[in-house]
Design a protein around this ligand. Sequence first.
Ligand code: ADP
Ligand code: GLC
Length: 477
Amino acid sequence: MRILFVASELFPHVKVGGLGDVMAALPRALRALGADVRLLLPAYPALLAAVGTQGEVAHLPDLMGGGPARILRAEAPGLPLYLLDQPAFFDRPGGPYGHPEDLARRFAALAWAAAHLGRAGDAEGWRPQILHGHDWPTGLMPAYVAYGEGPRPATVMTIHNIAFQGRFPASMLGELRLPRHAFTPEGVEFHGDIGFLKAGLNLADRLSTVSPTYAREIQVAGGHGLEGLLAHRNGSLRGILNGVDHEVWNPAKDPHLVCHYDLKHPARRAPNRPDFQRRMGLQEGAAAPLFAAVSRLDPLKGLDLVLENVDHLVARGAQLAVLGTGDFHAEGAFRQAARRHPGRVAVFIGYDEALAHRAFAAADVLLVPSRQEPCGLTQLYAQVYGALPLVRRTGGLADTVVGVSPDTLADGTATGFQFEAANGWALGEAINGALDLHADPPAWRQVQRRAMAADFSWEAPARAYLDLYATIPSRGS
Ligand code: ADP
Ligand code: GLC
């Protein structure tokens, strides 16, 4: 089966959030199962510098008003790539979602290039049977397939986060090369605008999102205006959990750790804590329970609930380390909290891959109090690294953490802590629960062992995607 993934991020070269991690791991997991998966991305400078290119496979004159574009073949280790090389759109700093003035045209160009490869194939005759787009930047891809001419590959859209939808003025219809008849609620129209994600969700043959619980939530109240459409397409929508790439997230060989460990040698985890504390400016030592958060600072991530609990954590003798960047006010509030509690609360404002690895290897508890969380990866990484996740019961967090309770402690299934209401008091209660367990080291170790033993490998999710592809009737193209 020939499948072309289409996306805007790829770890380690271009990563804003979990999408980058998934794009590096899922295509490789599918390839390991025998599927011929390739990935189309914009030719970002960081990507071009890292992978090099192997020549042009298609030429697209003046694409979306961004000048001439080429599709280049390239290769990341174990993953064939196509790169959309259109310097006016992609050869500049600012990250994948910067430069708002041409955001719509830039990602329309990417979607158009995907549809072109799906219709015409590359210069060597490779033509995908399935085009699989990820998130709003690729939402117009099923539209270009549906409204275009010629062979029609099957299309799949995966929602990694429905909060980001790509809405642009209706006046752009022509410059985005969409026909007038596409501008209906069954097409690309969304409340008088052009909705990129909406278009993809209307027009793709199959839909998926990144956890079963989120798949249900977005059909009722969590769909940011797309609930009705998703409920209507319920029969075509699957929730498939993300996995962990054990080549990147593995405490037995992680180059960022001062001491490697695994389930058989949990005591070797200990030296990683003072190393992390020193780097963060926290008092060194094992006595204080160490809570951490590694997150984009976005209102949906619920870090304001952590802010409400800073004084509570400190009063209970705990430490708090926050790695994050995003919302300006949240950044300032965490900085202020760190100034109020030197040595007990520390914050790193920014993005640091190595420090994130060290945080998972050092913390006792990883806080993920998200208001909404499609899947979430940090609570998975935390478990693999032996930090117990404390999560709000939503989306993928509900599906991947078994909360401590008398029952789950008795039957040995607990892997972390959960709370329900999205408020600071409920998080505070859950923190108290975590501190109670921490005061009982044998019980803590039991939960930690179970968390570290959990199977989050990508093989099962990759099989679930293959099952989803298999449900698409062939169009004989
Ligand atoms: P989202 O994609 O919504 O941001 P995920 O949990 O799926 O949430 O993925 C977040 C990814 O970004 C993880 O790989 C996490 O380790 C990483 N990350 C988040 N914040 C930081 C940070 N400040 N420094 C380093 N890595 C971070
Ligand atoms: C999104 C979601 C996150 C998910 C990630 C990868 O960024 O916010 O929950 O884990 O995509 O699918």
